[in-house]
Ligand binder design. Structure first.
Ligand code: BGC
Length: 515
């Protein structure tokens, strides 16, 4: 990617001045700094523990981090062709895409529709969920293929929750995350009820691959960048996927697969340190966990992911207001601030993005959204708190990336990342890069040049569309394996071809390797 036109030499930043902040608030700011700052030594200790936990998740006994094998075995070559559907069940939207992979290497065409995921569906019943999703797919097909006689279309379904996959077309939900709480889904395979809802409506779709958003991100990004080694999501939730050799996966040893064969592992690293051995949790992190639908789960995620950043910030402010010795928002009605989950991560982003020396925009936001009029020193504290929470998130996120790189022995790597926090939260990328530098002790770039964008040995870069193109590619890779008779980790290989274009050897649905 290149940019044209004159660029500002340095991004404007606001340093802030604590000169007129009274002593009690200054003391509080110092206390918050001590609570939320993760120094280099602590980052390194976290990474060391992370590495052993990644290995533990791959062992027969298992550990907190699920390290789910995905049965996505290997990267795309760029020669995949055909038409695929992709469905993404995200936190706020359902997205349906039709992706055409043409014969030109590494290219793709995409059409897509978004459907709002009604909030009450997240805590409703399983039947309502599958019916809603099937209706959306039906609507998509009717809209884009009105009156056409269709072959069954292969579908890659991005289901971004921890799932045990004995096969790629199968997935037992381990537990809901990201605030979802739909009864009767955990512990069960999500594919049969999903397919039954499609069948009932006569929608001509065959689920080919159930994937995680991180695996999709890894595969989509590797389609256009051969240095991609890890796919990450830093959004409402957080997680990563990477390719592991069977030799390193004792829990799959009984399958006697060639030890050199690779398989994508969906780490589900949000569950790192559920036993609270190493992460520097604060009293606020403890409250977030306790009041969540799944206490004790997703410890790491609850400290860094977008769903929780605004809530952490809110909890700190409420606590400060309630301390008699701290004079903050005195005499103000803080009822709006007291509402759980009333502030999302974009509230913090806006504070960090406030370009004005006097924090005018922050002042306005507090007034309009929370009905609180802030004094200048209070604004300084608010700003510092947002920085501390945002910085901790980025630095802890980098620990996961560094742990995979160290485990795999990657001295250099590209990491494809997606998600609202990565894409929109100010300074997240730079703070993450700084933490990687500290953890991995870099003193110069991969090319001997000074460190910086384009030179850092490990770089976290914006990913390609994982739940669209990535899902389509994984569906293509799976169909290709079926066509070649390599059906390991595929439950219903025959059903996958039946009634689809891929059953016709002359069709362009997933081209043979000989191109
Ligand atoms: C889920 C993961 C997902 C991540 C990012 C987590 O809450 O458990 O499966 O990859 O969020 O969406």
């Amino acid at each position: 990617m290149s940019s044209s036109g004159p660029q500002p030499r340095r991004k404007q930043s606001r340093k802030g001045s604590m000169a007129d902040v009274p002593k009690d608030l200054l003391q509080e700011i110092k206390r918050l700094e001590d609570l939320f700052t993760v120094d280099t030594a602590k980052l390194k200790a976290i990474v060391d523990h992370f590495i052993s936990e990644l290995a533990k998740g791959l062992s027969v006994e298992g550990g907190s981090i699920p390290m789910n094998p995905t049965w996505c075995m290997g990267f795309p070559t760029g020669n995949e062709t055909g038409t695929f559907l992709a469905l993404d069940m995200g936190g706020t939207n359902l997205r349906v895409c039709e992706i055409n992979l043409p014969e030109e290497k590494g290219e793709f065409d995409i059409i897509q529709s978004k459907y709002r995921l009604p909030e009450d569906l997240k805590t409703g019943t399983a039947d309502e969920l599958w019916a809603y999703i099937a209706d959306c797919l039906q609507q998509f097909i009717e809209y884009h293929h009105e009156g056409e006689k269709l072959d069954r279309l292969p579908l890659g379904f991005t289901f971004s929750y921890p799932a045990t996959q004995n096969y790629i077309d199968h997935g037992i939900l381990q537990r809901w995350t990201k605030g979802f709480d739909i009864e009767g889904v955990e512990g069960k395979d999500v594919v049969p009820p999903f397919e039954a809802a499609l069948e009932e409506r006569g929608v001509p779709i065959k689920l080919t691959a159930l994937i995680n958003d991180t695996t999709g991100t890894l595969i989509a990004s590797s389609y256009t960048d051969s240095e991609m080694k890890i796919g990450c999501i830093f959004g409402t939730g957080c997680n990563a996927a990477y390719m592991e050799h069977f030799s390193e996966i004792p829990k799959l040893a009984h399958m006697k697969v060639d030890p050199k064969q690779e398989i994508a592992i969906n780490c589900e690293w949000g569950a790192f340190d559920n036993e609270h051995k190493i992460l520097p949790r604060t009293q606020y992190d403890v409250i977030i966990d306790k009041d969540s639908p799944r206490p004790g789960q997703q410890s790491f995620e609850k400290m860094i992911a977008g769903l929780y950043l605004g809530e952490l910030f809110r909890l700190v402010l409420v606590d400060l207001h309630e301390q008699p010795h701290v004079k903050i928002f005195e005499g103000q009605d803080v009822s709006a601030l007291k509402k759980p989950y009333s502030l999302d991560a974009s509230f913090l982003s806006d504070i960090e993005n406030d370009p004005f020396e006097n924090l005018q925009e922050t002042d306005d936001t507090f007034h309009t959204k929370l009905n609180i009029k802030c004094l200048k020193p209070e604004l300084e504290l608010i700003r510092r708190l947002a920085e501390l929470i945002g910085t901790r998130s980025a630095r802890l996120s980098a620990c996961g990336v560094a742990a995979i790189c160290k485990k795999k022995g990657y001295k250099t790597a590209h990491v494809g990342a997606d998600g609202s926090v990565f894409n929109k939260y100010p300074h997240f990328k730079a703070r993450g890069a700084q933490a990687l530098k500290e953890i991995l002790d870099w003193d110069k770039g991969r090319d001997g040049k000074p460190l910086g964008r384009g030179h850092d040995p490990v770089e976290i870069l914006p990913a390609e569309d994982g739940s669209g193109v990535g899902a389509a590619l994984i569906a293509a890779l799976t169909l290709k394996r079926v066509q070649e008779g390599n059906v390991m980790g595929i439950r219903d290989p025959e059903g996958m071809l039946k009634g689809t274009k891929a059953s016709d050897p002359k069709s362009k649905q997933v081209a043979p390797e000989t191109k």
